[in-house]
Structure formats: C-alpha cells, structure tokens
Design a protein around this ligand. Structure first.
Ligand code: SFD
Ligand code: AMP
Length: 623
C-alpha cells in the first residue's frame, strides 16, 4: 500500500460516530454553535444514512415517557431502571434522559417518522415505556436532520477513527482525534477543542452462536466494535460498570428481538415440556432480594430462570407465538381484517428491524400463528443503552447531579473536553435509540458551552501524530516483510484479522464468562485468561492487511481487544454476583449489598500499561 496522504481538519466540536447519539449531538451542537459561528464536524466509519445499530431500522422506540398524556413521569422511569439494573444506576443521568426524551421523539415525528397511533392520537404502546413505529427509514430520517444542521461539508464519512489525541501541554485535556479513510490511502488528523465519543457499543468481543459463514448474524450491530470505549480508555478516561454486559433472549438463529412478543402480544416462554419458565422458577428470585420480588423481574433474573431450566435439560425453549396469536385472533372473533392486521404487525416487527428473522421463518415454513419459535440467550455485548450500563464515567447535569457526580459539564468524562453519549456512557441504561439521541443532544449542548468557556486552541504533539501514522499502517508493512514466506492466510509471520478475532472470541468465551461457559467465571479463570490476553497482545502487532478493508478489520480487532481487557479487569474487581443471568462469579456467587452496592470504576494508564480500579458511591437521587 502506498504511503498515506494526510489531511488536517480543524474544528471546535468534533463528534465521533454518526449513529443515534452522534446525530443528536450534531443537531444540538449546531444550534448552540451558531451565535459564535463555531465549527461542528462529525466523523463516521460508514455512511450516516444507514450506519450504526439503527441501520436496518427499528420497529419500536423503547424510551418514551408520554408526559403530555400523563402516562409516566421521569421519576417513574428512574425507579424502573433502578429495579431492572438491580439497584445500580446513575439516577441523575437516567432522570436527565427521561425529562428530555419526549421532545426528541416528537421531533422525529415532525421529521416524518411514522408512528402507530390510537384513536385519540396517542402513540400506540407496546409496553409501558415502548411505542410502536413503522421504522424502516428511522435512520435516514434522523441522519438527514443531522446533515442539515451541521452542513454536508462538515460530515466526514467512511473514516474509521482509531486514536484520540490528548493535549501536548496538558494531557488531562483533549485535543483531537486521528482516523483513516476506508476508501483511499489517507489519514485524517482532526484538531478539536472538544470531542464527543459516540462511536457505539461492542459486539464480537465474545464468541457468538453462529460461527463460520454465519459469524455476523448476531443481534446487536456487528459493525459496532467498541470504538467509543477503546478511544476513551486509551485517552485515560475513567470507565464505569465495565463488568456489566448485555445478554438477552432472542429468537434463535435469526436474532429477532422478543420485546414486542412479550409485551404487546403477551406471548410466554415455555420449555419443551410445556412448563412456564417464569412460574416454574419463581422461587429462585427469592435469593436475589430486594430485587427478586420487585416488578418487573430484572432482565438478568429472567435470564437466570431460563438458564436454570436449560441446565435441567428442559430445552429447547419456545416463545409461544402460536398460543399468543391464536388468543388475539379469538379476541377479535376471527374477524378476517383484524386477524390480517395482527399478522401484519407481527411480521413488520422483524421486517422493520431484523429482516433475517422474517427470512428464517419463511425458509423454515414457520407460521408464527401455528408454530412456536425457539429462543436462546445471546453472547454478551458491551453496551450502555439497552438493559445494560457499560461505558464512561461522566459528569451529570448541574441541577440534579450530587457533587460526587458533577465536575462541570453534562456528559463530560474525566478527560477535560472529552464527552460521551449513547452506548458510550455508563450507568444510564434503557435509553435505547431515543434516549441515546437525547443524550447526544445533552452532550452536544454541553460541549459547545465548554468551547465558549475554553476558547484556546489545543496543542497537538506532532511526534505523537507521526507515531500513530506509522502504527496505523503497520499491518501493510507486516505483509510486505512476509512476502514469499508462504501463501494465503496461513503464514508464520503474520496473523490475519479474522484469525485474531477468532482467538479473542475464544479467550473471552472460555475465560470471561461467555455463553459456552454458561456465563460463569472466577478469579483463577480470569487470571489465566488475562495471561492468554497478554500473549495475544504480543501477536496482535503481527496483524496483517493486504488492503484498506483488511486494515479496518485489524483496527476493529484492537477496539475489541481493549474492551475485552477492560471488561476482564472489571469482572475480576467486583467480588460478588450482582447480575445473575448476565454473569456469575463462581467464587462469589451471591449479591453483596454491603460491600458492592457501588460503581466499579477503572482508569487505564497507557504509558505504564496499568489499570487503577476504584469504587464510587451509589447515591439515590429519586425517592
Ligand atoms: O428492541 C464509528 N435498539 C433499539 N432501540 C429502540 O429504541 N427500539 C428498538 O426496537 C430497539 N431494538 C434494537 C436496537 C438495536 C438493534 C441493533 C436491533 C434492535 C436489531 C437499540 C438502539 O439502536 C441503540 O440503543 C442506539 O442505536 C445506540 O445509539 P449509539 O449512538 O450509542 O450507537 P449507534 O447508533 O450504533 O451509533 C454508533 C455510530 O458510530 C459509528 N462508528 N465512526 C467512526 N469511527 C469509528 N471507529 C466508529 N465505530 C463506530 C457507527 O458506524 C455508528 O454510526 S430492541 O431489540 O432493543
Ligand atoms: P427487546 O425486544 O428484548 O430488546 O426488548 C424491547 C423492550 O421490551 C425493552 O425495553 C425490554 O426491556 C422490554 N422487554 C423485553 N422483554 C420483556 C419482558 N419479558 N418483560 C418486561 N420487559 C421486557
């Protein structure tokens, strides 16, 4: 590969990732930036019209209060999230999203997103927090608004951001980022007064169910590789709840979501012998008080019940779509038109969001009204926007954050001028697409305020940039140096990115509580896993790229590697099992409210290659 050309881009606000949070940040930052003519730039590895977790579309907006209809208040939502997360949430952040999310959703409707409506004009509810949309074009609608807000010239697409730049004179402050084009040999150096990390959660860290040709058929977006986290970890930002992860029940092999089936269609989960999993294992919940008896049953505890049933050998487990739909048909007296509508909603759920599930049903001759469908638990994902809370430790909003959670600007990390949003922020689960966008808006507004208060130019260390350039292109020189020693993928002198990915997924699956280990680990297992990770790291410098696509894959492996390392450090640190069904510490199998009802935080020191772990208090904000 030829040596890359370098382009330097200077701006005030730099947004990394044009997904839900990134588009929200762009929309809001552009508004507040106008009075002083500040420049807002957004960088995206794909094309924002169809990038990120919402690329395929969605069939519901899972975070909407409905305050104008008196449906819910922000306080209700905080209590719900607290219960689902088994006690541990940053209630200031959750409240902040809840109080603003409705206005975001109303904007989406103004921009043309079609909603299912009730006769009185309300959004049709799937569940208490979820509203139904015809959402195949959700992402193009949201992206268009972001483009209009910041101007197309300020959107840099097909650029993979790989490094953050700390200020040369003040390393505790952010100065910009570096990325490379996935279309031409070109490196971009972005010099910025403030940066918002909104580059999504991490999939592919653990070995999934489908391997080989099916490798990418997972539930969460396969192209989200944990960049939001890796960038912040390497820049020295404090991370929180990085031991947390999401493991969810999904339709087997197609990975279609189950929410609409549980909540709207009232389908139930039964084992192969017709036993109702939830009631059969109701007593299990008593071991997890005070959360076990709360409502709803926390997502990890629902998993825990299913896992116990699996270990008793009672699978396969089925979501009884057949029973649920037949009951609904009977309720409408088998009126043909109404039956058709119910069937069409059921199929649209997948056609809007996870087409593979609809295709799988068609190819397996499954009519959901006649045949139940298998459900499995996924491999773990690292993300902060679903029933999960992995991410950066950020400052809360000044009017509600307790002093322990406040250091100046809403959603600013512990690195000055570096903000996070969406999957990137920890402790504020259940924000989903609408909450992530809302959080992006908050971060965008606060980032502009930061620039108003800190107008001085950042200082870029040119030696550091030179080092990064060489590091980025290393996978090409590895191939050049190894030319002629062998052919194809198998070469004694290098590792193909896919081989590296498989090796990472195997270590994580076996040592860090993956699905084949039934989500169990302990200290000796984790320590052995960390040894293997260290050996793996040495080999990773031998990753090889023949073209720009390979280069992208190499750097995606590095993202996942750093997420994996940090995840393991956190698993090791928290000496309890707080979220059974997500993971179990075999050596600390119980909840320990006295010692561990707190946040576990980490900071990585890249120069020393050391993690510093600490506890941060949980403070109840909402009674
Ligand atoms: O029910 C770089 N989600 C759902 N949310 C809902 O509100 N309703 C639903 O129905 C949802 N369902 C669902 C969902 C997701 C998926 C995949 C399915 C079903 C199949 C969750 C939301 O989508 C999710 O919470 C938000 O999208 C999170 O927002 P954000 O902004 O944190 O992540 P993103 O949208 O994926 O955007 C990240 C962007 O960063 C880019 N990127 N750019 C530059 N350089 C790099 N190195 C980069 N790395 C990544 C990405 O390309 C992307 O654009 S249900 O099943 O839960
Ligand atoms: P999912 O389709 O599983 O991603 O879930 C969509 C929404 O429904 C999320 O807000 C989930 O928390 C919620 N949900 C899914 N299954 C259940 C369930 N069995 N009980 C309560 N809430 C659920």
């Amino acid at each position: 590969m030829t040596r890359p050309e370098v382009e330097v881009v200077e701006c005030d606000v730099l947004i990394l990732g044009g997904g839900m949070a990134g588009c929200g940040a762009a929309y809001e930052a552009a508004y507040w930036a106008k009075p002083k003519n500040l420049k807002v730039v957004l960088v995206e590895k794909g094309a924002i019209e169809r990038s990120g977790a919402v690329a395929m579309g969605l069939s519901a907006i899972n975070c909407y209060m409905g305050m104008k209809w008196g449906e819910n208040q922000p306080e209700d939502f905080v209590r719900y999230v607290r219960q689902d997360l088994m006690g541990l949430s940053r209630e200031d952040l959750v409240y902040d999203i809840a109080r603003n999310v409705d206005s975001t959703v109303h904007m989406f409707e103004d921009w043309g997103l079609p909603f299912f409506k009730e006769a009185d004009g309300r959004y049709k509810r799937e569940g208490r927090w979820q509203v139904m949309i015809h959402g195949e074009s959700y992402k193009p609608i949201v992206a268009e608004a972001a483009k209009k807000a910041v101007g197309e010239d300020n959107i840099y697409e097909r650029i993979f951001v790989s490094h953050l730049l700390n200020d040369a004179k003040d390393p505790g402050r952010i100065a910009g980022a570096v990325g490379f084009s996935v279309r031409e040999p070109k490196i971009y150096v972005f010099k910025a007064k403030t940066v918002i990390s909104a580059a999504g959660g991490a999939t592919g860290v653990f070995r999934p169910h489908a391997i080989g040709e099916g490798l990418g058929r997972i539930w969460y977006a396969p192209w989200n590789t944990g960049s939001a986290y890796k960038l912040m970890i390497m820049a020295g930002a404090e991370m929180s709840q990085f031991e947390h992860r999401l493991v969810v029940a999904r339709f087997k092999d197609g990975y279609g979501p189950v929410g609409m089936w549980f909540l709207l269609f009232k389908a139930v989960l039964k084992n192969a012998y017709g036993e109702l999993v939830e009631s059969k294992w109701a007593d299990l919940l008593k071991e997890w008080e005070p959360y076990g008896s709360g409502k709803p049953i926390p997502t990890p505890l629902r998993n825990h019940q299913m896992l116990r049933d699996m270990m008793e050998g009672k699978g396969p487990h089925y979501l009884r779509t057949d029973e649920a739909l037949q009951k609904m048909f009977a309720d409408v007296q088998h009126d043909k038109k109404k039956v058709r509508e119910i069937e069409s909603d059921a199929w649209e759920d997948f056609l809007d969001m996870t087409m593979s599930q609809a295709l799988l049903w068609a190819s397996e001759n499954i009519d959901p009204a006649k045949t139940p469908s298998e459900v499995v638990l996924t491999e773990p994902y690292l993300m902060g926007s679903h029933a999960s809370a992995t991410g950066a430790w950020v400052s809360g909003p000044e009017d509600i954050a307790p002093s322990e959670y406040f250091w100046g600007y809403n959603r600013m990390t512990t690195v000055r001028g570096l903000f996070a949003a969406g999957d990137g922020v920890s402790g504020s689960a259940h924000k989903f697409s609408s909450g992530s966008y809302t959080e992006g808006r908050s971060a965008g507004k606060a980032a502009v305020a930061y620039v108003y208060d800190n107008p001085d130019d950042p200082n870029i260390d040119s030696d550091r940039v030179e080092d990064i350039k060489n590091e980025l292109w290393r996978p090409f020189s590895v191939v050049d140096d190894a030319k002629g020693t062998s052919t194809g993928d198998v070469n004694p002198n290098y590792v193909a990115p896919k081989q590296a990915l498989h090796r990472l997924q195997k270590i994580m699956d076996e040592y860090a509580a993956g699905q084949s280990a039934f989500f169990i680990t302990n200290e000796p297992t984790l320590l052995r896993g960390l040894e293997l990770m260290e050996l793996f790291r040495q080999d990773l410098h031998k990753m090889a790229a023949e073209n720009l696509h390979d280069l992208l894959r190499c750097w995606e492996v590095w993202d996942r590697f750093w997420c994996a390392q940090t995840h393991m450090q956190h698993l090791l640190y928290r000496q309890e099992t707080r979220w059974p069904g997500y993971y179990y510490r075999g050596d600390y199998p119980e909840l320990d409210e006295e010692n561990w009802k707190c946040f576990a935080n980490s900071r990585y020191d890249a120069e020393q290659n050391e993690w510093t772990m600490s506890k941060k208090p949980y403070i109840q904000v909402v009674p």
